[in-house]
Design a protein. Structure first.
Length: 416
């Protein structure tokens, strides 16, 4: 190959359609050191799957950033070096979340959380999720003007579901959405001179959320219910249990991870169907296809583009030696379009089987809330398809310029 490889996963072109960049990397440099991102980009399915099982690649990815900032005494514009910056305080609050820890801490937290995510508990939410989706769609189907399905359905639904599952008051769902947005400023925001302001906003949101969840934990300890938080408090048989700090962290993680991921899954899935009218018609004609359809929509244009790992011991991926202290970006979107693993990977095939995509990760760190995200996506996409029989794309979507998430600002459609 001649010329430089395009490895910029940020910017307008990569945001709108990253798949040509993924294909180039996968074919010509499947394990590629990117000066742009100061990380290894891993794009082949085989290598990504191997990385998930490689103990040299740590998921403890917040603490190293926090420790480095403390060691270097870094501050952002507007922050004082005399006291911990807003950035450090935000990172410190996130460092012990289950999703960014390794065994043995991760093993313990996941075991204690598992009971709250039992299949029957999630399945029992299907009726409530359907009702919520229909309530949101009631406002969409009453008019003829274009509507933004992100703002009207995909964005509000997950926060409402999580609030319901945690036993929070329904009227608090707007606060849940606001807190999730503040966390997203840190997890998915761009760098630059806005960093200090961004982290100050996130810190304010985290403090408010922390206080709210502590009150909710105290209320559920005093009077348990049938909600997920009560199940988390009850834990498993034995003497070990989640502390109040761990319960608050688990609630925050459920809110943030569940909201961002599910919003993207719904919106990206609807867009994929609109751009593939033959598959949309196929789905309408065969409701039994809906579970398989969700898996294919997740593979085709999933909610997360990149997962980050820190290297803690020398290892090898795709024939390249990777050293301690380096970062690895596992490019899930590229792995899910790898022609060595999927036949016609750039074709949407709702009946694809088998479909071993890695949209929710793999191994011990696979998303614990994946079943809930699947249920919300299946129900939301199905109800949109059923209730908007003539809907069509009204404008090209505007994509967020983010490294980690595959997310739209808006998805405008003609409802009929």
């Amino acid at each position: 190959m001649t010329g430089a490889i395009t490895d910029d996963l940020l910017g307008a072109a990569a945001a709108a359609d990253p798949y040509p960049i993924y294909a180039e990397l996968r074919e010509h440099a499947p394990v590629h050191w990117s000066e742009r991102h100061r990380a290894w980009l891993v794009t082949r399915y085989t290598d990504v799957a191997a990385a998930f099982a490689d103990k040299a690649l740590s998921n403890d990815r917040v603490r190293p950033v926090l420790e480095r900032r403390r060691a270097e005494g870094k501050t952002s514009p507007g922050e004082s070096a005399a006291a911990p910056s807003a950035s450090e305080r935000v990172l410190a609050m996130m460092a012990d979340w289950m999703v960014v820890t390794d065994p043995p801490a991760h093993t313990r937290l996941r075991k204690l959380a598992a009971g709250a995510f039992k299949g029957q508990r999630v399945s029992a939410m299907d009726e409530r999720i359907t009702t919520l989706v229909d309530e949101l769609l009631d406002g969409v189907t009453t008019g003829t003007d274009p509507v933004d399905l992100v703002a009207e359905v995909a964005y509000p639904l997950p926060a409402t579901v999580i609030a319901t599952m945690l036993g929070a008051a329904p009227e608090d769902r707007d606060r849940f959405r606001d807190w999730s947005d503040e966390l997203a400023l840190v997890a998915f925001g761009a760098g630059g001179e806005a960093r200090a302001e961004r982290h100050e906003r996130a810190l304010a949101g985290l403090r408010e959320m922390d206080g709210y969840f502590r009150e909710l934990v105290a209320a559920r300890r005093a009077e348990p219910g049938e909600d997920m938080l009560s199940a988390l408090i009850a834990g498993r048989e034995g003497t070990d249990a989640l502390s109040d700090d761990e319960l608050v962290g688990m609630c925050a993680l459920l809110l943030f991870a569940g909201h961002e991921t599910t919003t993207n899954s719904i919106a990206n899935g609807v867009l994929a169907l609109l751009r593939n009218p033959g598959e949309l018609a196929r789905l309408r004609a065969d409701p039994e296809l809906r579970n398989a359809a969700v898996e294919e929509l997740l593979r085709f244009d999933g909610p997360i583009k990149v997962l980050n790992r820190w290297v803690v011991a020398e290892t090898s991926l795709g024939g390249r030696t990777i050293s301690p202290g380096e970062r690895v970006h596992l490019v899930l979107g590229a792995a899910n379009r790898d022609p060595e693993r999927f036949t016609d990977p750039d074709v949407l095939d709702l009946g694809r089987s088998p479909n071993p995509h890695v949209a929710f990760g793999k191994g011990i760190h696979a998303c614990i809330g994946a079943q809930l995200a699947r249920s919300e996506t299946r129900i939301a996409v199905s109800r949109i398809v059923d209730r908007l029989p003539g809907f069509a794309l009204a404008a090209e979507p505007e994509w967020k310029d983010a490294l980690a998430s595959r997310a739209m600002e808006s998805l405008w459609v003609h409802p009929a």
